[in-house]
Ligand binder design. Structure first.
Ligand code: GLP
Length: 242
């Protein structure tokens, strides 16, 4: 396939599609180099500027990565996160990754006004505030901040969550089985503290999620999570309209 100069599709975008095909056809592996900008320009009859625009785009999409002075390489595929009431642990295992968690903060706090409202609690109701760094195969993936009413899970602060699933602890120790939930997801950038935890440059893009999970009509968890946008993509099945 070649670049079509008469196509309304911009040349940098055509080159992106050609490169994606070339990656599949040649069976390129993760961390393998792609041809240099000069070679690509010659091969497809494009200016160096257009080639650079394509590579910039593919780097920002997380498909390629650059190593200064060395070249451009094929990045690992992003992890698909299902839009379901699954725990991080279940989600990672289903995709063949080893899930992990590092406890950052564990405290009992009076719920803030907005947290209490969102959870249907009286102002200042005590909640377990849990902040964790989530990892997949040891690599930082997300910072998660959860709030859980203390009356639903008394003594939760005594259970270590390092390397353990919160949802499994809620089920096994407190008999709480989450039966519904809702989640909003928006684009964001990480603040300096989260950037440090995630090992990313400041202001890197993140997927910012807010989830409320319920059991028997009561809000059990209100969580905000920041997932690395360079490693995550959201996946949802679309059912026919009813
Ligand atoms: C997801 C949700 C969080 C929840 C977590 C529980 O990541 N976004 O709100 O706290 O799952 O995961 P685990 O049971 O692995 O601790």
């Amino acid at each position: 396939m070649a670049i079509d100069p008469t196509s309304p599709v911009p040349k940098y975008s055509q080159l992106r599609d050609l490169l994606l095909d070339w990656i599949v056809e040649t069976g390129l592996s993760v961390d393998d180099p792609i041809p240099s900008e000069r070679e690509l320009g010659q091969r497809y009859g494009l200016s160096r500027m257009t080639v650079r625009q394509t590579i910039d785009l593919m780097v920002s999409e997380g498909k390629l990565y650059r190593v200064p002075g060395k070249g451009t390489f094929l990045a690992r595929p992003k992890i698909e996160m299902s839009l379901a009431l699954a725990s991080f642990t279940e989600d990672m295992r289903a995709r063949g990754y080893r899930p992990g968690a590092q406890d950052l903060v564990r405290r009992v706090l009076p719920a803030s006004g907005s947290t209490a409202r969102a959870m249907g609690l009286a102002p200042e109701t005590p909640v377990h505030h849990i902040e964790r760094l989530r990892t997949a195969d040891g690599e930082p993936m997300a910072v998660e901040r959860s709030n859980i009413p203390v009356d639903l899970a008394p003594g939760l602060d005594r259970h270590s969550l390092a390397g353990r699933s919160l949802y499994a602890v809620l089920e096994q120790e407190y008999g709480i089985i989450l039966d519904s939930g809702e989640q909003t997801i928006e684009a964001g950038v990480c603040d300096p503290a989260d950037a440090k935890l995630l090992g990313l440059p400041q202001n890197s893009p993140v997927l910012s999620m807010r989830r409320r999970s319920f059991a028997n009509g009561r809000c059990v968890e209100m969580a905000t999570s920041r997932y690395r946008a360079d490693r995550y993509t959201l996946h949802s099945r679309l059912d026919p309209r009813r």
